[in-house]
Design a protein around this ligand. Structure first.
Ligand code: BEZ
Length: 190
């Protein structure tokens, strides 16, 4: 599938990206806008068997958890409906589409759109754990799409580029750095 902006078509729809969709844009889009959604927060609570882990040793990737009053920053794309076939396949490990209102930066009114969300009832859901445990897990997991740590670091970088600080993501990135530093140090000095 071609990547990047394409000419406007009929029947387009907005999809809000809060994870890899922010930085891994392997689909065509009509418009791309920094945006936010209300009432949801990003959490590394979904298991990844197919991208950043394996069925035997799943990684951890983000999903959205309902949280009244929370605001989640990300990027919204206006896409042709055909793009959903691609995204449905890419995000097939437990994610379902959910309709909601998306606030595009600078727009007066929210627009209707979609998110992909992995809810607690999907078999790959791992749920909450202390940040130290999440960091230790992410530091060592790896799957067909690469290391789990790079997924986290790329997301942290992309959010910083949006001017957004997400304490869950950025604290985890610091902790994974610390775990990696601790495991590298004996080799470097030994
Ligand atoms: C996203 O970046 O919006 C996304 C994250 C996980 C699954 C599907 C989409």
């Amino acid at each position: 599938m071609a990547e990047g902006p394409v000419a406007p078509g009929d029947g387009s729809a907005w999809v809000f990206g809060y994870g890899s969709l922010i930085y891994k844009v392997d689909f065509p889009y009509l418009d791309r806008r920094p945006a936010s959604i209300e009432g949801w927060e990003r959490r590394f609570w979904q298991g990844s068997h197919d991208h950043r882990g394996t069925p035997q040793a799943p990684g951890r990737v983000v999903t959205l958890i309902e949280a009244p009053g929370a605001l989640c920053r990300g990027v919204a794309y206006r896409v042709d409906p055909a793009v959903f076939d691609h995204l449905d396949h890419r995000e097939k490990n437990g994610y379902v589409r959910h309709r909601l209102a998306i606030t595009l930066d600078g727009a007066a009114e929210p627009v209707p759109g979609l998110i992909y969300v992995a809810t607690a009832d999907n078999p790959a859901f791992l749920g909450s754990a202390p940040l130290a445990e999440l960091a230790a897990h992410i530091a060592q997991a790896r799957g067909p799409s690469g290391s789990n740590r790079d997924y986290l670091f790329e997301l942290a970088r992309a959010l910083r580029a949006l001017g957004s600080h997400d304490p869950h993501v950025h604290e985890l990135a610091l902790r994974v750095d610390a775990v990696l530093g601790a495991t590298r140090r004996p080799a470097e000095h030994g």
